[in-house]
Design a protein around this ligand. Structure first.
Ligand SMILES: [Zn+2]
Length: 177
């Protein structure tokens, strides 16, 4: 049976690499993390895809786009094109503006982190005025063994949440990577 043929190049639907193809300051996402990406393809279309983020560098993230019968296409795109869900419960009790979200630390402990001013709490039930931990930017220490050093933390996924937290009424806010 004759196969349908296409005269189109097979790269038109690949997403466009922006910036340096091998940017400095790369930090692998290990394991890769799913993220919602809205970006452009070589066809010129704007697409929204759920992709694995493989690495990040200042201002950019590397994503893997699946391809039929081939290795995934790896592209560096602007970090502003990547949204990641942040799970949050309340606005900051100090200023009522920051969102207090679940943040995964390098130590593997999930803490509550205010995206406005960096207030930290250890448990959802502790989030109140006057009770925040305020990590210093010298060591970013929260408690022994736990830091919120920039570049080592990420917003927690639902799977990351301690079992006791999962019944809490989390809301989801999509924010830039
Ligand atoms: Zn705050």
């Amino acid at each position: 049976m004759p196969q349908p043929t296409s005269s189109e190049p097979d790269w038109l639907d690949l997403i466009i690499t922006v910036g340096h193809p091998n940017p400095p300051g790369q930090h692998p996402e290990d394991p890769p993390r799913r993220a919602t990406v809205t970006t452009r393809t070589y066809r010129g279309e704007t697409v929204t895809l759920e992709l694995d983020v493989l690495a990040r560098a200042p201002g950019h993230v590397q994503v893997a786009q699946p391809r039929d019968g081939q290795e995934p296409w790896k592209a560096w795109i602007s970090s502003g094109d990547v949204l990641q869900p942040m799970l949050w419960q309340v606005t900051c009790p100090y200023d009522d503006q920051g969102l207090v979200g679940a943040m995964m630390t390098a130590a593997g402990r999930v803490v509550l982190y205010c995206d406005g001013d960096g207030h930290v709490w250890l448990e959802p039930s502790q989030v109140s005025y006057g009770s925040a931990i305020v990590p210093r930017s010298s060591d970013w220490r929260v408690v022994e063994g736990v830091t919120v050093t920039p570049g080592t933390v990420r917003w927690a996924t639902a799977e990351d949440l301690p079992a006791a937290w999962r019944a809490e009424p989390w809301q989801v806010y999509s924010r830039e990577w």
